[in-house]
Design a protein around this ligand. Sequence first.
Ligand SMILES: CC(=O)SCCNC(=O)CCNC(=O)[C@H](O)C(C)(C)COP(=O)(O)OP(=O)(O)OC[C@H]1O[C@@H](n2cnc3c(N)ncnc32)[C@H](O)[C@@H]1OP(=O)(O)O
Ligand SMILES: CC(=O)C(=O)O
Length: 549
Amino acid sequence: MAYLFKYDSDALMALPKHVDLFDTTLRDGAQTAGISFSVEDKKRIANRLAEFGVHWIEGGWPGASPKDDLFFEQMRERSWGRSKLVAFGSTARPGHAVEKDRGLNRLIGSGADAACIFGKSWDVHVTKALGITLEENLRLVSESVAYLKQHFDTVFFDAEHFFDGFAANERYALQVLEAAAEAGADTLVLCDTNGGSIPFPVFDVVTRVKKHLPDQALGIHAHNDCEMAVANSVAAVRAGVQQVQGTVNGVGERCGNANLMSIIPILQLKVKVDCGVSPEQLRQLSSLSQFVNEMANRLPWQHQPFVGQNAFAHKGGIHVSAIRKQRDLYEHIDPLLVGNEQRVLVSDQAGRSNILSKLQKLEPEAGLADDDPVVAEAVTRIKELEATGYAFEGADASFQLLLRRSMSRFQRHFELVRFRVYDEKRGHHEDPESEATVQVRVGGELKHAAALGNGPVNAMDRALRAALVHAYPGLEAMFLTDFKVRVLTTREATEAAVRVLIESSDGKRKWSTVGVSTDVLEAAYRALNDAIEYKLVMDGVAAPAAENR
Ligand SMILES: CC(=O)SCCNC(=O)CCNC(=O)[C@H](O)C(C)(C)COP(=O)(O)OP(=O)(O)OC[C@H]1O[C@@H](n2cnc3c(N)ncnc32)[C@H](O)[C@@H]1OP(=O)(O)O
Ligand SMILES: CC(=O)C(=O)O
């Protein structure tokens, strides 16, 4: 396998050998609309980032909220390897001596290993937002950094709005950097606060700053308002910054921050700049991304580069045919390097290769040849079903049953005789109640059960399993974990079909099934039927003999 990376060698020569990763998920990430980390979430994320090996973990702003205060308090007992905890804040408020500044003193008392303060570097922000003179701001920057340096080995200075400030008043933006550098700031972080920059000027401006302050370590903090935060960060690395700030999954104020889930593999794998992440740690990238989504209570972005569920999912028949011959023909990296995996999807875009590839994974013992008529038949059947509204992409279990049916390797464990569902709501404020009765035939015997539920599908699921559980006790452990209904607009409105996708679990596995009908309950029944049949097949439960069915 040969994943190709082609680069101009002169450009590579100019790259730094190493950059530090600075994660601000817990600070700028906490400024994301819809995210509210608890102290416990913050501690778990911080520890996970430390385990992953991020150099600097910005934990929050001591003094800004009781939650951040408690977090820093509770993190005093941390025992991390190389990762360092950073406390964030601003330059001192104008009007008093920096030693008396409540904000700076909260940083000093926070127990963090380092401090990071932001200061204004765009002249109009100084005069409008802060309402002070340009000289006064230079004094605040200088004295705030110098005061923190008396208490911390490492102080970072975030030059807020640096790129806009540089465009508006280059001389002043550079004076702000000089003030922070002369006061002892270890790294000057150039911030694209409004996220409006694009890579060419970012490269140019960082190059000019580098020339102006050749011995000063620089960093980049990019926002994603032009969807350029990752590109801008990589451009800044090429121009010579030694620190990249970003967040897990790109969370952050407005459109987010630079996404470390992309920056890390780009730097490590593509341009060979060491971020201090070993190959073993890099393989944790996908699970780190999932973990933070879980903590942030966000649905994962399935198409997220590198770590998303679909980042290496192949749907087109042409693509799947090629990757079966050589897997890198339609992949830019080996997904395993970032802890992800290749997926092959089955849909109306599929050819024989999709089916064979999926079959190899789901039923390796089936051993079908490329030209087996069963494969062509399955492709035709899938395309027919998809034309009526089925979608097998997210319903692997239904797909596997379909393949088994095509291969004559499937026997029903039960036959539906009838189901009936009642839904009742009494009064505006009362919860509705559903009741289902189900009659099935199992091996020649009629079984009948009724059940209540908090909705019709829930009641039907309970009744169906109650009718079957004596014959198949393993169904006791099974339960629904998710249920999605989609109205399909491809038909006439009067006979609109609905697609029901059901996710089930038995505590050990999860599987998904699909049903389609013009009747939502029938669609749900079809999906439930597949879910139960799949569980029985996977548990190796024998179906009743043919003469009893
Ligand atoms: C670019 C960034 O992302 S910076 C980080 C932004 N993050 C946050 O704001 C989240 C946490 N913030 C907070 O909890 C609150 O805003 C606090 C506790 C920091 C301040 O709260 P308050 O004292 O009520 O002030 P408020 O939020 O209304 O306004 C911010 C004040 O900081 C001042 N300020 C802004 N930047 C700076 C700076 N670099 N140095 C000093 N003061 C600053 C503003 O001028 C304003 O003061 P003013 O009201 O006297 O004009
Ligand atoms: C400091 C910061 O978060 C910014 O300038 O965007």
